[in-house]
Design a protein around this ligand. Structure first.
Ligand SMILES: Cc1cc2nc3c(=O)[nH]c(=O)nc-3n(C[C@H](O)[C@H](O)[C@H](O)COP(=O)(O)O)c2cc1C
Length: 180
């Protein structure tokens, strides 16, 4: 995977894709599916919502770090199954044939099969709403699957796969930071 500027993190979260969130706690890696995310700033700030009914929750609370990975649409079924089983007694990486790769700034693993991986450190937790706030510390892209499509959850068990992309950068030029 190739490291790119932190500012690129926004371009993977702003479209609102379903993501995979990896953690590493007590010598154990885990992965869960999350669709409730949003960017919080231009510099890799990301919010996501989860709670103590998930096994990943205690890892997030304890280690205060994770990797947010963007899965391509061709592994949609796996992404759903990862979000339908607890990692407490199962190694989901091996069950779903995902390849963990070492990250640099966090202990949680990258996922080779994903389009991009964002190494993230937790900066805040809003208990009332189950909202975690992260700061992206490193962005990796998988150049071999960047042309693949992201997955978007409707919320009722149906999904939309990315459609046509239009370039309107000239209309937004005064709103876009350099390098984005
Ligand atoms: C499409 C999809 C989206 C999901 N989005 C979220 C989410 O935004 N927040 C959340 O807490 N759980 C979400 N889940 C459920 C978790 O992924 C699920 O409870 C998972 O089994 C947790 O794994 P763990 O117990 O190993 O942490 C989603 C599941 C699916 C299939």
């Amino acid at each position: 995977m190739k490291e790119v500027n932190i500012i690129k993190a926004l371009t993977f979260i702003e479209p609102g894709p379903v993501v995979l969130v990896t953690t590493f706690n007590e010598q154990k890696q885990n992965v869960m599916t999350i669709s409730w995310t949003m960017p919080t700033d231009w510099e890799g700030g990301i919010a996501l919502t989860t709670g103590p009914w998930n096994y990943s929750f205690q890892a997030l609370m304890k280690t205060k770090e994770c990797v947010i990975a963007i899965p391509p649409a061709d592994i949609l079924e796996k992404v759903i199954q990862i979000g339908d089983i607890s990692g407490e007694k199962t190694d989901k990486f091996s069950l779903f044939n995902l390849t963990p790769l070492p990250a640099k700034t966090v202990q949680a693993p990258l996922i080779q099969e994903c389009m991009a991986c964002l190494e993230c450190k937790m900066t805040d937790y809003i208990e009332k709403y189950g909202i975690f706030i992260f700061k992206t510390t490193r962005v990796l892209i998988n150049e071999s699957c960047l042309d693949k499509k992201m997955i978007h959850a409707i919320g009722d068990g149906t999904f939309i796969i990315d459609g046509e992309k239009k370039d309107c950068r000239s209309l937004m030029a005064d709103k876009l930071p350099p390098d984005l």
